[in-house]
Design a protein around this ligand. Sequence first.
Ligand code: ZN
Length: 219
Amino acid sequence: MIKNIPGTNFFAQNIFCIGRNYAEHAKELNNPIPTSPVVFIKPNSSLCFDGENLILPTQSNRVDHEVEIVLVIGKKGKNILVPNAHEYISHLGIGLDFTARDLQDKAKDKSLPWSIAKGFDTFAGIGHFQVFDGNVLQLSNLQFHLAVNGEIKQKGNSQNMLFSIPQIVSYLSTIFTLSPGDIIFTGTPEGVGVLKKGDSLEAVLEGYSTLSLGVVSVE
Ligand code: ZN
């Protein structure tokens, strides 16, 4: 199904994600600090939108929240240079990269991919996006947070990214041709935690975007 990206004129295309992009989060999961961006992809079928519910899958006993700044690509590009990367970003917003941590841990132990742990239906929550005004300096000082049942659980600022937003866009474009409607999750700060049925989530990119989701289990 073709899905519109809220706040944009684009249909959602690829969903690229960066893992371990904040040192404190890498540490809390006992992961090494990466020397190049850790990249994975979520399927388009995993998208979920403001006002909807995360559906906890029966296959997992531990689904974690990861609040992340999310970018929308506005023009086609390949081998984009870091100083030009901001020109390819059309919108900024907030998202939740849900992760079946138990399944991810099993996959990691066996050196298997994370597609299942990251790819269930509703595992890519995105809020309403705002146009990015092109001010590259803003990209290195974006403040965001997540509240679960009204209590702040994660707080982040893009200045603490290991790979900056322009570096991420540039790096991804050396591998993938980026196109309008591509969505990029940029990694989560520390404070990830497990979710349960009935939780209510409020993610905010300050000045830009909000995302409210409930949590339900499969009936
Ligand atoms: Zn993530």
